[in-house]
Ligand binder design. Structure first.
Ligand SMILES: Cc1ncc(COP(=O)(O)O)c(C=O)c1O
Length: 434
């Protein structure tokens, strides 16, 4: 019979680690999946799991959503794959313009990493400067200057008010060392660093809520300060809304905070898990990429605006437009938060369940995390107990203690209660072990 273990053994003959994204690796071997529907995944052995990872947060509407899948199947049947423009790509851009407040112009790429590479190119062209600043601990894809200070160790992080920029991978270009790392939610230290490096900084890239290390919202004052200061210093402000977009509100974090950056990157929920990403920004900034006007910043890609991805986008966006989906996710999140709080209190376990828009993250801390340094103090051993117990109850959570879990509109109250049942058992184990 086919098994994950056997597939892993076969895979590793040809594939390092047997996985194509390192976050999927898990000892003793990764799980290999066969199908998905709604809130569930089935592995190759036929085991069913309640999925609380949802395609790294992409699959907001649930797996195999009929409207999205029908649109994708129709795109496949059209015979078109890529390399051409289609009506669906026009519709997708029109829908984004309708949903996102203060929308400028948009161009599509395939991945969040690419979208951020493009956004930085636009910023460098605009400012004539080279460097970028990012928040400590944030993840913005694997492009060299942005892949620093992500999941760094306590030995690597450096002083709190002037964080180090440790590379998150070997093999990065030397430019990565020049990235300015900002202490998230620390207004004074961030302002000092931005003023100090202003003459070299093309862009500040920020996730309005740090979700790749759980769920840590920026304060409204922090984002307002970044908006005002980048304007004053002539730095391009880029919001990375890969995970906040369409989840926190139809118009994403910019709608929630009422702050409009110069450029914004989107992806993930945009196409309910199909591979597309986008850069949106003020029309005069985006004009730098306009081939009809001799825009000098290049924008090319074999798979850009791929027929299946734009069809998925055009089908998903109407389902995200009026706030019903987000309201439902918040209701489920509230049930989870309340249940978690009550159970943790009963067992005397200090834990904060942070989240919104279907994202959630348990921090095993006495108080909410406000940045990477407080988040990294979360008890990883306790998270491992929760992860293992959840899996025994048929619930998949991210294996990494600081990542992000997600619900979808296909999840139900019963699903939340299943997770709460696992949490109760995990808390009891933690109580016994302390
Ligand atoms: C906030 C954020 N930005 C950028 C990226 C990179 O996107 P991709 O994996 O599509 O390259 C991710 C992916 O997890 C992300 O969560």
């Amino acid at each position: 019979m086919i098994s994950s273990r056997a597939l892993y053994q076969r895979a590793t003959r040809h594939v390092p680690g047997g996985v194509h994204s390192n976050t999927r690796f898990q000892a003793p071997h990764p799980t290999y999946f066969a199908r998905a529907e709604g809130a569930h995944l089935w592995d190759v052995e036929g085991n069913r799991y309640l999925d609380c990872t949802m395609g790294n947060g992409s699959v907001l509407l649930g797996h195999a959503h009929p409207q999205v899948d029908d649109a994708v199947c129709a795109a496949v049947r059209s015979g078109l794959t890529t390399g051409v423009e289609t009506e669906a790509a026009v519709v997708a851009a029109e829908l984004m313009a309708r949903i996102i407040p203060d929308f400028g112009k948009v161009r599509f790429a395939n991945t969040g990493t690419e979208a951020l590479m493009h956004a930085l190119a636009i910023a460098r062209h605009r400012t004539g400067r080279e460097k970028v600043a990012k928040a400590e601990g944030s993840y913005h894809g694997w492009f060299d200057p942005l892949w620093v200070s992500t999941w760094a160790t306590a030995e690597q992080v450096g002083p709190a008010e002037r964080p180090a920029a440790p590379p998150s991978s070997a093999g990065l270009s030397k430019v990565a060392a020049d990235t300015v790392v900002l202490p998230y939610n620390d207004l004074d230290a961030t302002e000092r660093l931005l003023r100090e490096h202003a003459a070299e900084l093309a862009a500040v890239v920020v996730e309005p809520v740090l979700i790749d290390i759980g769920f840590i919202p920026a304060t409204a004052e922090y984002l307002a300060m970044l908006r005002a200061l980048t304007t004053e210093l002539g730095i391009v402000l880029i919001f990375d809304e890969l995970l906040t977009g369409f989840r926190l509100a139809p118009g994403g974090a910019r709608q929630v905070y009422g702050i409009v950056p110069d450029l914004t990157t989107y992806g993930k929920a945009l196409a309910n898990g199909y591979p597309i990403a986008a850069v949106e920004g003020a029309a005069e900034l985006m004009a730098a990429t306009d081939p009809s006007a001799g825009g000098p910043v290049g924008w090319v890609g074999t798979y850009n605006g791929h027929g299946t991805a734009v069809a998925a986008t055009a089908a998903a966006l109407p389902l995200l437009a009026d706030g019903t989906a987000q309201g439902y996710l918040d209701k489920l999140g509230e049930r989870l938060r309340e249940g978690f709080g009550e159970l943790a209190g009963r067992h005397g376990i200090p834990v904060v369940l942070a989240g919104a828009g279907g994202h959630f993250q348990p921090y095993f801390l006495p108080a909410p995390a406000t940045g990477y340094r407080t988040a990294m103090a979360s008890d990883a051993r306790r998270y491992a107990i929760l992860h293992k117990t959840a899996r025994e109850h048929g619930v998949l959570l991210p294996a990494k203690p600081l990542l992000h879990a997600a619900l979808s509109t296909a999840h139900t109250e019963d699903d939340v209660d299943l997770l709460l049942g696992a949490a109760a058992e995990a808390f009891a184990t933690m109580e016994r072990e302390t």
